[in-house]
Design a protein around this ligand. Sequence first.
Ligand SMILES: N[C@@H](CCC[C@H](N)C(=O)O)C(=O)O
Length: 280
Amino acid sequence: MRGVMIPFRKMHGLGNDFVVLDGRETKLGLTPRHAAGIADRHFGIGCDQFIVMEQPPPGADVFMRIRNPDGSEAGACGNATRCIASLVADQLGKDRVVVRTIAGELPVERLPGGLWRADMGPARLGWQDVPLADEVDTLHVPLALGPVADPAVCSMGNPHATFFVDDLDALPVAEIGPRLETHPIFPDRANIGFAQVMSPDHIRLVMWERGAGMTLACGSGACATIVNAHRRGLTGRRATITMPGGDLVMEWREGDGHVLMTGPVATSFSGVLDLAAYAG
Ligand SMILES: N[C@@H](CCC[C@H](N)C(=O)O)C(=O)O
């Protein structure tokens, strides 16, 4: 098959890594199979999420399409939101841009020190918003597996469950993560967070991501965690969330209920890939 050579960029936020393609000028005709092939760490380039920048709708600076390594599409990716915003802001010579996803508009601003703050929008707390299969209290979902129980759930444009635990290091995350992700209470599956509250302004978090598995950091997971921790009375509305890849500073804003996420962005390398190699 003749090669179709496409430039790509490899970016990450706290080690949550992305292959980024630019489909703003030319439609790339990408399928879930392309995403899965390129995301594969052995047969492709390898990444936690596959991101395509597309033409922005009015009011936005870029449309960001997000796919997991299993090919599924996601409504939110906090770490990619900062990365794509930084890329587009540099290209447009701006300090503030709006990233549009299938879930909504996310304004992002440049801060001193190489940091970016994204307004990740409102946390949605209704059981249908997450969604859950049954009408239950989203602050105490009747779900237990092995050493974890009683998660709080919410939607950040994607479904999240947060289990609060006493000893994060003792958890068999790789064993219970996939079983919780696919539990029938979550008709669209869910991202699963395991959180240990260290103090009212510091949480440690390990994420099992829907369609991706364990990642070094998850921005929307950190958003869900500050929301669920505050709803449970465990923290204030602001906290530093430490994940294996590093820290995000989080705030669940009073008034409009939007979640603000501050953290770094990075480009690892750029290259050219042959799309035809991933079509079959
Ligand atoms: N890593 C992301 C979340 C990516 C999408 C997620 N796996 C889903 O399917 O909802 C983040 O930084 O938020």
